[in-house]
Design a protein around this ligand. Structure first.
Ligand SMILES: Cc1ncc(COP(=O)(O)O)c(C=O)c1O
Length: 348
């Protein structure tokens, strides 16, 4: 592979296979530019992998999918300003409502009951029942707060509350949906008329473990290249603030990727990079455009070698889940953080 500053390679075959393995019917969630993978490309792959619908958070995301010629049903799930609501309607998208105003304004509406997420939707069951009786209502939905925490009591309570609501509405002409990836993988009772999966579509594990446990294939890998290799004497430091000093004479590689690309500064002295199939420690402060990697007292690593920050090389592999654990966050944030400076390349 020719050296390149920072490239996220997205395996669209993996997206397709992940979708094919997830419960059906499937709505693929492609908000936030497809969790950083590229919304239109992911949407097309997901539809090939037998997803029947798409969901996004913002009206502009629906508009962008339509501009790519995507004709599948799109649900815009977020709170919308009047201007955004108009854009969503122009994009022939369905929208989520929990107020009379929005329920009246859009031609096709999904009523959202807040059963415990405490974010969007109404907690007022009577209002939800009134809204759900409108003829333009095509869906009923809720969202789980703790589906990724097996054993948590709220999940069962939310599921019971939503099931009871769907029953009380009693409409065969409206679809009911609740399950995110974690719920879809963990409890068939949460599937209703379709599952709304995001993170699993990308081959990341909603429980933060190895995606292979649910036969999911990570679609994204992130690579850069060795831009410089220099000899450090014992006591020489790398990067801002001298947060790493060579304990002995050692080689250090500079990789031209940094927090300006979404490789977070909190990874300072706190992750590994793969070069020539070796797992090597990132040392020193992550700067905006560069990181440094300790290569040891002897090395055959040379300028131009590929450096893998997420993905496999030789026998070694770094998962987004591993990077997330280092940062005390979730895998979603690792891929969403990648900035436009990282070129997306698609394997078809
Ligand atoms: C309302 C809603 N449904 C479904 C999803 C997909 O969730 P996940 O990526 O965990 O599958 C999200 C994403 O956060 C969401 O906000």
């Amino acid at each position: 592979m020719a050296p390149e500053r920072a490239v996220a390679t997205v395996d669209l075959g993996a997206i397709e296979r992940n979708c094919a393995r997830l419960p059906k019917p499937l709505c693929a969630v492609v908000k936030a530019d497809g969790y950083g993978h590229g919304a239109a490309e992911v949407a097309e792959a997901a539809l090939r992998g037998s997803a029947e619908r798409l969901a996004v958070a913002a009206a502009d995301e629906a508009t962008a999918l339509r501009a790519h010629g995507i004709e599948a049903p799109i649900l815009v799930m977020g709170a919308l300003t009047p201007a955004e609501l108009a854009s969503a309607i122009d994009a022939d998208a369905e929208v989520v409502a929990w107020t009379e105003e929005v329920a009246q304004a859009a031609p096709r509406v999904h009523v959202k009951l807040d059963t415990g997420m405490g974010r969007l939707g109404t907690k007022d069951r009577d209002l939800a029942l009134r809204l759900a009786a409108r003829p333009n209502v095509v869906g009923l939905m809720t969202h789980f707060a703790t589906a990724d925490e097996p054993g948590d009591e709220l999940f069962g309570a939310q599921l019971a509350a939503f099931s009871e609501f769907v029953e009380a509405v009693g409409r065969d002409d409206a679809v009911a949906h609740a399950a995110n990836s974690a719920a879809a993988l963990r409890d068939p009772a949460s599937h209703f008329d379709f599952v709304r999966c995001g993170v699993a579509v990308y081959g990341m594990d909603p429980f933060g473990e190895d995606p292979a446990a649910h036969q999911l294939e990570p679609a994204l890998s992130l690579s850069s290249w060795v831009g410089a290799v220099r000899r450090f004497a014992a006591g020489d430091s790398a990067g801002y603030g001298r947060r790493w000093t060579a304990p002995e004479p050692t080689w250090v590689a500079t990789i031209p990727i940094g927090y300006g690309d979404g490789w977070r500064r909190a990874l300072t002295n706190n992750c590994d990079v793969l070069i020539r199939g070796q797992r090597l420690p990132l040392v020193g402060t992550v700067s905006m455009d560069n990181v440094t990697v300790a290569l040891g007292p002897d090395t055959d690593i040379a300028v131009g070698d590929e450096a893998v920050l997420v993905g496999a090389q030789g026998e070694e592999r770094i998962l987004a889940e591993e990077v997330a654990h280092r940062l005390d966050t979730i895998n979603y944030e690792i891929t969403c953080a990648l900035t436009p400076r990282v070129r997306r390349e698609y394997l078809r």
